[in-house]
Design a binder for this molecule. Structure first.
Ligand code: PTJ
Length: 260
């Protein structure tokens, strides 16, 4: 592992990169996961590497949606397992929602290693090692499902996912919450609710908000969700990127601003 000094201006970002690399070395994350992380990093840079107000609002809505769920379920892939395993276990145990390991580049070795990691962190309910059914209309390994998990859930959290399964889950009538730094991705646009934030920031926020809202009545939680519009949140996310870029042009690259 590369030693990164805290004084490095890109410390936080480089540490996340190290976690993904370690995930690959440990057999938890796929090689393709490195590319996904790179794409995420690029969007995070444009967003300004912070939780925007629209992302925070989306996270609050997600907290309300998960608290109202009768059968919530949480999906875990190789990137999620490398970046936020403790948070996924905390969320799962507090919500009594199963963690379902679901991999696009599925190997049984990787599923077993992720399961072992989550077990060691205290996860109470892990599914995915022995799938016993399939989601309809998907031709790849993401179709593998386990009864009692995502396939039977009413609210599903799918962080860092490709669009196919998201579409299928929506068609099945589920409330799908995505976490995706790319506000233009099919997943973000198809989901009932997309949190456009880095998962390393979104998950701790989600846990805090769930704890804060857990004392609220059903009516109050429903009121929070009233009128929520994913398209509007995505528009805001794009607008926040635009504002950040304008600020960069004015402050960081003043000569360029003059040319404009
Ligand atoms: O472990 P597996 O086999 O299930 O594979 C997992 C990956 C992530 C490789 C697989 O699902 C995949 O290829 O995903 P995509 O299609 O590359 O989409 C991942 C999305 O997550 C992209 O839109 C990225 O911008 C976004 N993303 C990447 N890193 C982060 C992120 N979003 C939030 N936080 C991140 N750290």
């Amino acid at each position: 592992m590369t030693e990164i000094p805290k004084s490095h201006p890109r410390y936080a970002s480089l540490k996340i990169r190290e976690r993904i690399t370690e995930g690959v070395n440990a057999g938890i994350t796929s090689i393709q996961g490195l590319i996904a992380q790179g794409r995420g990093e690029a969007f995070d840079y444009l967003i300004g590497e912070r939780t925007t107000s629209s992302a925070f609002m989306a996270t609050k809505l997600a907290a309300a949606m998960l608290l109202l769920a009768k059968k919530p379920a949480l999906s875990v892939n190789g990137n999620v397992a490398a970046l936020v395993p403790e948070e996924m276990v905390t969320l799962s145990n507090e919500l009594k929602a199963p963690l379902e390991i679901n991999l696009f580049h599925r190997t049984e070795e990787r599923v077993a290693k992720i399961s072992e990691l989550l077990t060691n962190l205290g996860a109470e309910r892990i599914l995915g090692e022995k799938p016993d059914t399939v989601l309809p209309g998907l031709d790849h390994a993401r179709s593998k499902a386990t009864r009692g998990g995502i396939i039977d859930a009413d609210v599903v959290l799918i962080p860092l996912e490709d669009g196919d399964r998201c579409e299928t889950l929506i068609k099945m009538g589920k409330n799908v919450i995505a976490v995706d730094l790319n506000p233009l991705s099919r997943t973000a646009r198809t989901a009932k609710l997309a949190i456009v934030d880095n998962i390393v920031r979104a998950m701790p926020n989600l846990i805090i908000l769930i704890r804060e809202l857990s004392g609220e009545s059903t009516k109050d939680l429903q009121d929070i969700l009233q009128g929520h519009d994913n398209n509007e949140l995505l528009r805001q996310a794009l607008f926040e990127i635009q504002k950040n870029l304008d600020r960069q042009i004015e402050i960081e690259i003043p000569n360029l601003a003059r040319i404009r």
